[in-house]
Design a protein around this ligand. Structure first.
Ligand SMILES: [Zn+2]
Length: 139
């Protein structure tokens, strides 16, 4: 718990009991989550929070770079504890998300954008979500 507390501090997040509880759940689940998924785990542990509070905490974590939003548009918003560069494969029907490590694709797009900068955008990072029918889910 002390280690988690320090991670929050290092990211400029004031530590509160609720924030610590949410971060602990994120670390344990270690996958793509919605606010509702986090809330369910908190409930199982007898920790009571509103979905709005969980959302606010997740958005704060995202703002501070501790987690990322998965690029696929739609509700509910999906958050990712893994902030290293990777691609998301999103199933259109179930909205399940899995990671893909095709760094060649990321590098190709980054190289292209260096050659052909997008006019009015100061590029921060490339976020790739591939959306379709994930055949590993539908057989
Ligand atoms: Zn991911």
């Amino acid at each position: 718990m002390e280690k988690l507390r320090n991670v929050l501090k290092e990211n400029g997040i004031q530590v509160t009991k609720q924030r610590l509880a949410v971060y602990k759940v994120l670390k344990e689940l270690n996958t793509h989550v919605t606010a509702e998924m986090v809330l369910d785990v908190l409930k199982q542990r007898g920790i009571s929070m509103t979905v709005a509070t969980v959302y606010n905490i997740l958005n704060l974590f995202e703002e501070k770079g501790l987690i990322r939003k998965v690029g696929a548009a739609g509700e509910p918003v999906i958050f990712d504890i893994n902030t290293y560069e990777h691609i998301h494969i999103c199933d259109q029907e179930t909205r399940k998300v899995r990671d893909c490590q095709d760094m060649a694709l990321v590098q190709m797009i980054e190289a292209y954008l260096r050659e052909h900068p997008v006019g009015d955008l100061e590029l921060e990072r490339v976020d790739i979500s591939l959306i379709g029918k994930d055949l590993t889910l539908h057989t």
